[in-house]
Design a protein around this ligand. Sequence first.
Ligand SMILES: NC(=O)c1ccc[n+]([C@@H]2O[C@H](COP(=O)([O-])OP(=O)(O)OC[C@H]3O[C@@H](n4cnc5c(N)ncnc54)[C@H](OP(=O)(O)O)[C@@H]3O)[C@@H](O)[C@H]2O)c1
Length: 269
Amino acid sequence: MKTIVITGASSGIGKATTKYFASKGWQVIATMRNVEKEKELNLLENVDLITLDVTDSKSIDLAYQSIQDKYHKIDVLLNNAGYCLFGPLELSSEKQIIDTYNTLLVGLTLVTRKFIPLLRENKQGTIISVSSVGGVLTLPLTPTYHAAKYAVEGLMEALSYELSPFNIDCKIIEPGGIQTDFWNRSYQMSEGIENSVYEKEAKAYLERMTQPVSPNRSKPEDVAKVIYEAATDGKHHWRYTVACDEFIKHRQSMSDDEWYETTCKNYMK
Ligand SMILES: NC(=O)c1ccc[n+]([C@@H]2O[C@H](COP(=O)([O-])OP(=O)(O)OC[C@H]3O[C@@H](n4cnc5c(N)ncnc54)[C@H](OP(=O)(O)O)[C@@H]3O)[C@@H](O)[C@H]2O)c1
């Protein structure tokens, strides 16, 4: 039975991917910060819940140890855990900025480093990281999110070279807007936004992002299917997009200067 470790499996894309892989007969090690709160995945037969906070090295070590003791090797690591710090950089606290990078980039890097031996032990494997369309193009008022997602893309590409002798591939998933709770439960607002010089633009933009989503928007299950494809297609292929091809094409059709002008006009004026 093939085995996948998933971070941030308590909701959204992580939860949908857990269910999808389990339905395909995989052993899923669904990791999350609060295992005791999970009331659905714990009922699935080939799903094992393990505590893992990606920002806590001790938690990473403990999760690794229990997975190594029980499974000895894994086929796939899915780095999925994440959230967004929304708001101007100037008004984000030092703690908010560091916490964001610790989750989206440092935690992801440390989890990846820790689990490489279990993939090597398997003699082949795939590390898949959920980036974003925001890892390919930028929009206003989420600078740390973009910085982290761009960095994740660089990390996955660069890491794939040194792991190639061990048949371990690194892949990147780039979702566009997906119907999850991301813009309710998983964003934090810059602390100093109230009554600031950025308040008007930031609140107008946030309102756009948190509007009730259209039922046509892609679902986390659509992302899960693409993650499954990335895990099983046997191809060396870095990037897999979900629900953002048009947006990326639109960006690529413009020069940097044109994109800057258009984006400022659309969002900041
Ligand atoms: N939804 C979108 O439109 C979209 C688009 C592009 C990319 N993405 C990316 O997709 C990934 C999943 O997001 P989602 O849309 O599925 O949102 P979500 O439903 O809010 O899920 C986020 C998950 O990350 C977990 N998490 C946050 N901090 C963590 C930490 N320190 N350690 C372990 N787990 C942690 C959360 O766990 P708790 O339950 O403990 O909070 C939750 O399970 C993120 O990386 C996000 O950037 C989402």
